[in-house]
Write a protein that binds this ligand. Sequence first.
Ligand code: SAH
Length: 395
Amino acid sequence: MSTVILKKGRAKPVLLHHPWVFSGAIARIEGEAQDGDVVVVRDAGGNFLAQGMLNRRSQIAVRLLSWDESGVIDSDFWRTRLARAIAARKVLTDDPGTTAYRLVNAEADLLPGLVVDRYDDILVVQFLTLGMDVRKREIVSLLAELVQPRGIYERCDEEMRAKEGLLSQEGCLWGEEPPDLLQITENGLHFWVDIKRGQKTGFYLDQRENRRRVQVYCPGHTVLNAFAYTGGFAVYAAAAGAEHITNIDSSAEALDLAKRNMALNGFAARDDEFVQGDVFQILRYYRDQGRSFDVVILDPPKFAHTQSQVERAARGYKDINLLALQLVRPGGALVTFSCSGAISADLFQKIVFGASVDAGRDVQIIERLSQGVDHPALLSFPESQYLKGLVCRVW
Ligand code: SAH
């Protein structure tokens, strides 16, 4: 097997089980390894550190898999890792009221670059690294064996695949071609999911528990659901007895599905409850009109994709939270999220504090929210703790 020798002083993250080796940490590669092959990683003194998948085309040159020198990365290894990830979701797989969840959360499940989401009897998979991409057939056949789905469908994340030197690829990989719209159940509520054209793999599964948490603030109240996508928070709010829900999203397709999702659960949805446009502009307009809401939910897309974008992203979060705070009636709630891994929970709280100062409002944190149980965060990989939310009481 080929060996990757690290530069002097660069072994520490590997010893601490961080799953990435950056190209800049590598002194040399010994042997004939092809990109995608398993390699042994050694420190500058030649001591064994770990085994991982090589990709010279990526800045993350090795994705680590095992810190065990005697372990063999074969079909049994992959089967055991996949089975372990699936078994860890027992609380969800045993719940008949929920048929959609993440079965494999990439690095956080020690399966770098592999995402597997279950939508009822269809699996949607993403191969985000070259190492996983070259093992696609093996992984798909193991998933078919372990989960026995009706079909396995591939979605891609163009940006992440491009960084690995991979082209976009989507389509049915195994079993039956899934329909364009699939119906799933989440906490007893029903949703149409467009796994082929929707965002990510079709649904924001990481917000499942938070959608339920937010229900307690909704009965009899007016709710502004900003960045609504296909109406996840709206359906939960309606189920909790919200009086009126305004949904804003820039995507007309998402809002169409949001309407259908309300109807699917038997909730009346008037057209004026779905507003297509830019949340920043529309919130400013509502503020200028003097409108207010009992509950404002802000679930924006990732503003910071890298560390270098943090400052700009922080301004975006500040602006949107300032506008939202100006719309909450005294005593009402702001539910605000950031899914940018590069923005820490601490920084996010500071940003919301800054917004509260500018808004001239006293704000109490009443709950801190995170990503769902099927999106575990690996302690040795802090990047996997990406979603944070604050439920605030606004005076
Ligand atoms: N809360 C949703 C997920 C939101 S994902 C759920 O629970 O399912 C973020 C959404 O923001 C996407 O649907 C995207 O279309 C939308 N979006 C991104 N930028 C926007 C903008 N500037 N104005 C309005 N919507 C935006």
